[in-house]
Design a protein around this ligand. Structure first.
Ligand SMILES: Nc1ncnc2c1ncn2[C@@H]1O[C@H](COP(=O)(O)OP(=O)(O)OP(=O)(O)O)[C@@H](O)[C@H]1O
Length: 360
């Protein structure tokens, strides 16, 4: 069974002329786990992966497999399977594509059928790729990455385009690869897309690292807040101030940085303020992610923001109207808790190389 090695990104930067695509990125991807490499469009994911695979020269820093750059790997196809930039000719069959690559890499022909079986497209092996759906192409891309039975998999948006059944399948597939001890790095611009597949996350925004850690640690970060309202909001605000509870004004009341509605209710009670609503507001993981990458979902005024914020049921005795969630993007949205600053200002890694032309 192939064993994975860590992917090590160290102070990696890439400058394209005036555009800083990646800036001093440092993180490690561990074997035996599925890691989500996340960030909105344009965050620098593809550029990072291209540097990792030796397709783009870094301006500074390094991207290696246990210290070895891709270009120096003794047997790249058997070490690293990558779905980046795999273009399939529409007129050729799936089997033909894989057979050609296998022959060139000295991989036995029998492996072609094995990977087609493993990715569930064996029945379509002799069909032309031009007729494949996006989901079938994704599976073919995965077959390709698996040809050399590599210990490391680098998959660019592999879930994009899959139907619900395909999504369910790939979750199990990725988990199995990690359980076998492989290193599995999966990029996506949506946390919700990979949330059920990944153990760890690396989140980037504008080329910079904003967060690494386990998915569970990100979940813990989703700090609930309390919504409280009163016929006399000014008095309520003063009551919160008096109790030392920081808050901001929302559409449905005050948003208080306190997870326990009882504490908020008590503060109002002490000040003799009548309440009209009191309930807990809990943001979802996706909102936490959006806040981290600086993209707050907008919800039109008056619309229940069900997808933007998942308000807990109003607490007993509260007069909340239908558990209407308040402001979207509710977590305080510290842009980078745990952000890794790999080096200080003026570090050598800051130096800008001359950008190469013609890349991409
Ligand atoms: N060859 C290039 N020349 C100039 N700018 C580039 C080049 N490649 C990428 N960029 C810029 O670098 C930034 C990061 O792009 P990149 O494609 O790495 O982001 P991404 O996170 O992969 O986004 P997406 O999911 O949309 O591909 C963007 O501003 C992009 O326009």
């Amino acid at each position: 069974m192939p064993t994975g090695v860590p992917i090590e990104i160290k102070r990696l930067s890439k400058q394209f002329g005036p555009v800083t695509a990646v800036e001093r990125l440092t993180f490690t991807v561990q074997p035996g786990r599925v890691t989500g490499f996340l960030g909105p469009n344009g965050a620098g994911k593809t550029t990072t992966l291209r540097m990792l695979l030796g397709l783009v020269r870094p301006t500074s820093g390094s991207a290696t497999f246990a210290g070895v750059p891709y270009a120096s790997l003794a047997d790249p196809l058997r070490s690293v399977g990558a779905s980046l930039e795999t273009a399939f000719h529409p007129g050729r069959t799936a089997r033909n594509h894989l057979a050609v690559t296998a022959a060139a890499a000295g991989i036995p022909k029998t492996r072609v059928d094995e990977v087609l079986e493993a990715t569930g497209i064996h029945a379509f092996a002799d069909r032309r790729v031009g007729g494949f759906s996006l989901g079938m192409r994704q599976r073919l891309g995965l077959s390709y990455t698996m040809l050399g039975d590599p210990g490391v998999l680098v998959l660019d948006e592999p879930i994009n385009g899959l139907d619900p059944e395909g999504i369910k399948w790939i979750r199990g597939f990725l988990r199995q690869l990690a359980a076998e001890g492989r290193t599995v790095l999966v990029s996506s611009h949506l946390l919700s897309e990979v949330q059920q597949s990944v153990d760890d996350v690396v989140i980037i925004s504008k080329g910079r690292l904003v967060r690494t850690g386990t998915l569970a640690s990100l979940e813990l970060d989703v700090a609930p807040q309390t919504i409280v309202d009163s016929p006399d909001r000014a008095a309520l605000s003063a009551a919160m101030d008096a109790a030392g509870l920081s808050h901001t004004a929302g559409r449905n009341g005050l948003i208080v940085d306190e997870p326990d509605p009882a504490a908020v209710g008590h503060a109002a009670f002490v000040a003799g303020v009548e309440l009209a609503a009191l309930y807990r507001l809990r943001s979802g993981l996706e909102e936490s992610f959006l806040a981290l990458v600086g993209e707050h979902p907008e919800v039109p005024a008056g619309m229940p923001s069900v997808q933007a914020a998942d308000a807990d049921r109003p607490e007993a005795g509260a007069a909340a109207e239908g558990g209407d969630a308040d402001e979207p993007g509710a977590p305080a949205g510290e842009p980078a808790p745990g952000a890794d600053e790999p080096d200080g200002p003026g570090a050598a890694a800051d130096s800008d190389d001359t950008p190469e032309g013609g890349e991409r």
